[in-house]
Design a protein around this ligand. Structure first.
Ligand code: NAD
Ligand code: WQD
Length: 348
């Protein structure tokens, strides 16, 4: 029997790509998602892309905080492991609405962990974030760096990491991998699934793609006075397919004995500035991205990129794609789906 994986938040950007890689890798996947920040169309498209593996995917529209519904699902299906993506992720919104973030991300996770434990499912892969490194004093960021939160969203990641370490200390049957993602971008090379944020994008590449398709006139560059190659902020962009494959590597690791609660960075180890990324996207798309230079965005770090050594060594995983492929696939998705899974009428 192939492994059966519960994927929370599997209709979202990273979740949908990971579900596809799971199916293609011979896993069965059950997705639960409340569709708060996603569309069920993503799941239909993943099924199509998975071809003969499509029937190995089930979807349940469900909020993780709905304990009764989650209990019912675990009572009817045996899961070998859970990949937990479900959560709210907009940094600015989390500052405006901290209780919404604490309720959704923390209560959702606690409910999930309790139901998992009561059904004897104690293998978890959790979506943490490079945001837990705050403003790193040096780069590359290794997993041993001191952790800090700079906003309520980041604090939910720190709290959940700590909760995971605590439950492992209390019960050594748990096997948990915390994956700290750097900056996921790009889309499946088919251009059939990709990132489709609701409202005005907060992140660089979704914004760039909306300028390229004519939905927004200009990209605002937040700060050009950083101590970097061209003055703009530097990040570690990682192709979403590489990131998805990192989850398969983590699942394989969970099959080893004595792993406890471990943390891994998922990045490329390379830093790219905002202007370098925009230039690469212009080249891939043939579109000009008009820029407006503006002040630094409050809370932003100057340079963040990953040390990838631990993941390479222990997960046997390494990112394969560079920014050319990231921009090529982002444009392939954007040009075929200028309004994402929606239409001009449904978009802001
Ligand atoms: P996303 O918003 O596209 O996907 C998250 C999914 O979770 C959505 O489909 C949403 O509807 C669902 N969801 C949210 N709350 C839920 C709840 N209570 N019950 C059920 N479903 C719920 O986001 P993403 O970019 O795919 O991110 C996935 C995970 O990775 C998140 O935990 C995010 O914090 C983390 N992460 C993302 C990034 C990034 O830049 N995209 C970076 C680091 C970490
Ligand atoms: C990248 C660079 C901006 C938008 C965020 C979260 C982090 C993680 C990943 C979830 C920065 C610049 C951006 C724009 C710009 N998510 N920029 N104009 O800030 O590294 O990380 O997403 O865990 O928690 O904080 O990513 O894509 O927002 O910004 O100039 O319109 O692009 O200043 O230098 P960031 P980002």
């Amino acid at each position: 029997m192939p492994h059966n994986i519960l994927v929370t938040g599997g209709c979202g950007y990273i979740g949908s790509h990971t579900v596809l890689q799971l199916l293609l890798g011979g896993f069965r996947a059950t997705v639960v998602d409340n569709l708060d920040n996603s569309s069920e169309i993503a799941i239909q498209r993943v099924k199509e892309l998975a071809g003969e593996h499509g029937p190995n995917l089930d979807f349940h529209k469900m909020d993780l905080r709905d304990r009764a519904a989650l209990e019912e699902l675990f009572a009817s299906t045996k899961f070998d492991a859970v990949i937990h993506f479900a959560g709210l992720k907009a940094v600015g919104e989390s500052v405006q609405k901290p209780l919404l973030y604490y309720d959704n991300n923390l209560n959702g996770t606690i409910t999930l962990l309790e139901v998992m434990a009561s059904h004897g499912c104690k293998k978890l892969v959790f979506s943490s974030s490079a945001t837990v490194y705050g403003w790193p004093k040096e780069v590359p960021c290794t997993e041993e760096f001191p952790l800090c939160a700079t906003n309520p969203y980041g604090r939910t990641k720190l709290f959940i990491e700590d909760i995971c370490r605590d439950i492992y200390r209390s019960d050594s049957e748990w096997k948990i991998i915390l994956l700290r993602y750097f900056n996921p971008v790009g889309a499946h090379p088919s251009g059939y699934i990709g990132e489709d944020p609701r409202g005005i994008p907060n992140n660089l590449m979704p914004y760039v793609q909306q300028v390229a398709v004519g939905r927004r006139p200009t990209l605002t560059v937040f700060g050009n006075d950083y101590a970097t190659v061209d003055g703009t902020g530097v990040r570690d962009y990682i192709h979403v397919i590489d990131l998805s494959d990192g989850h398969i590597a983590a699942l394989n690791k969970l099959d080893e004995s004595g792993i406890g609660c471990e943390v891994y960075n998922l990045g490329t180890g390379k830093g790219t500035s905002v202007l370098e990324m925009v230039t690469a996207f212009e080249k891939a798309s043939g579109k000009e991205i008009p820029l407006v230079m503006a002040a630094r965005r409050p809370g932003d770090a100057e340079i963040v990129y990953a040390s990838t050594e631990k993941a390479e060594r222990e997960l046997n995983w390494k990112a394969k794609y560079g920014i050319e492929e990231m921009c090529r696939d982002q444009w392939n998705w954007a040009s075929q789906n200028p309004y994402g899974y929606g239409s001009p009428e449904t978009s802001d």
